[in-house]
Design a protein around this ligand. Structure first.
Ligand code: 4AD
Ligand code: MG
Length: 463
């Protein structure tokens, strides 16, 4: 059976006009009068569905008219121009074959459904307009990111998902074990006997591929990772998921400024790519999800990101402390409300906040001369707050081991990491882009649960 896609028809309608075409798709809506009927058919390859007209001259006219929304059909017919109509063309059906019927309780009817309801049917929601747009754009963003780094010669490294270390030191890890939780083996002094576990030691799902990534940067100079990461953060917010994807480039012979330059270039590249490749989807988001999205993204393309140090940011924010639930002062971590205030009210564009206090950042960040701050950068964007976290890495063996001691990290667990500082240490820097937050930023979707196909959040691991 030679099916063509609706995408191909929209790409070059003239090539198919007045010719016979066969398409397969699902009924979005159907209405009939006595002698003919209309079907809006979506085959998922095109954001725009195609209209099919069928007539009572077909022997199964009654069968088709009874079809429910969601039915899978094969339609053979002639593509004809309809210059007066909303749609520039339609298919005048010759045959319509029911491939698979849909029962009348099909949960996606023509009316608008709430995002909350659609989350309860995450296996069916990709059939709606909104999620067709979200997940096609998500796919394009992933491709654009790969293309961006590949064009620059970065090597894509597959870092492990099971690890023995806690990269961020935040202790928000999912443990991995084959031990029977109802009968955990204990040593004589009553501790868990990990020698009986699969790896012979405690292991967890990775919170970041960075430490492994750094080892490859010290061999290939420029690398990136792009994979799932896991955090058992007990925060029930619109921007935290327990399983999310992260892109982590790492560059040798690079400092914090190189790092920020790369991040800005990458975000602009991806925005440009998506605006070009998914104009219909982006217009849809602009009209129905987030009015002003396109203006905002175009403004980003035409301006430079802002830069502010953490210390300056605190000075700015302290003047507005009356507006915040959580009052800021030097040394505190920035909360979403502060991040959003900086980027939405003060800078009105993406902004890098740099040089955070070392106490609120991870052990691997390069210490600044002042002895108080580290060469860190977070990129904040309107509507979300932090989308990227990165830093220059501590490349000095002694400073790094001293910091690890202060934080109670076991040197033996990080032998491989310290080796990098022993054998040809070089300045290096990298960052992590939260992929879902990037998808939220580019689509205007307001909840991380709606930009990942099957979200995992506190108390939710359904499908
Ligand atoms: O700022 P984070 O914790 O940085 C790191 O993991 C570094 N190792 C990255 C690096 O330098 N290579 O996380 C990076 C980004 C955040 O800016 C955020 O966008 C995203 O990952 N992120 C989350 N996204 C969704 N749900 C969560 N629970 C997230 N936690 C972090
Ligand atoms: Mg961070």
């Amino acid at each position: 059976m030679e099916l063509i896609t609706v995408r191909e028809i929209f790409a070059q309608p003239d090539a198919y006009m007045d010719k016979e075409v066969t398409v397969g798709g699902w009924i979005r809506s159907i209405r009939d009068s006595k002698t003919f009927g209309f079907i809006v058919l979506s085959d998922g390859t095109s954001f725009e569905p195609i209209q099919v007209v069928y007539h009572d001259t077909m022997e199964n006219f009654a069968e088709i008219s009874k079809c429910n929304v969601g039915t899978a059909l094969i339609v053979k017919g002639t593509l004809v121009a309809t210059p007066q109509a909303k749609q520039p063309f339609e298919i005048q059906a010759v045959t319509v074959t029911v491939e698979g019927a849909s029962t009348p309780d099909y949960p996606l009817q023509k009316k608008r459904h709430s995002m909350e309801y659609l989350r309860t049917i995450s296996h069916l929601r990709p059939r709606t307009n909104t999620f067709q747009a979200v997940f096609r754009v998500r796919s394009l963003i992933a491709f654009a990111i790969h293309q961006f780094f590949q064009e620059k010669g970065f090597v894509y490294v597959h870092t492990p998902l099971i690890t023995g270390s806690d990269c961020e030191g935040a202790g928000e890890m999912f443990q991995v074990t084959t031990m029977d939780l109802n009968n955990i083996p204990k040593t004589e002094d009553g501790k868990v006997d990990y020698s009986q576990d699969f790896f012979g030691k405690p292991t967890n799902l990775t919170v970041s591929g960075q430490l492994n990534g750094e080892t490859y940067a010290m061999a290939f100079r420029n690398i990136y990772t792009f994979g799932p990461t896991f955090r058992a953060e007990n925060s029930n917010t619109t921007r935290h998921a327990a399983e999310f994807w992260m892109i982590e480039p790492e560059m040798a012979f690079a400092d914090l400024n190189d790092d920020m330059k790369l991040a800005e270039e990458m975000l602009k590249y991806v925005i440009r790519y998506v605006l070009e490749k998914a104009p219909k989807e982006m217009e849809f988001f602009n009209s129905f999800i987030d009015k002003g999205l396109l203006d905002r993204l175009n403004h980003v393309l035409n301006s430079e990101f802002g830069h502010v140090t953490y210390t300056e940011a605190i000075e700015i924010l302290e003047k507005h402390n009356d507006k915040f639930d959580y009052k800021v002062s030097w040394g505190c971590d920035l909360q979403t409300e502060h991040e959003r205030y900086l980027t939405e009210e003060i800078f009105k564009r993406p902004v890098f906040v740099t040089d955070y206090p070392k106490e609120i950042k991870a052990f691997y960040m390069k210490q600044n001369e002042d002895g108080k701050t580290v060469a860190a950068m977070d990129c904040l964007v309107p509507g979300i707050g932090e989308i990227i976290g990165g830093s220059q890495r501590e490349d000095d063996y002694t400073k790094l081991t001293e910091r690890m001691k202060e934080l109670g990290l076991n040197e033996e667990d990080y032998g491989f990491y310290l080796d990098l500082r022993k054998y040809g240490s070089a300045r290096h820097a990298g960052f992590g882009l939260g992929f879902e937050r990037c998808v939220m930023y580019l689509t205007g979707m307001g909840n991380i649960r709606d930009v990942i196909p099957f979200p995992r959040t506190v108390n939710n691991c359904d499908i």
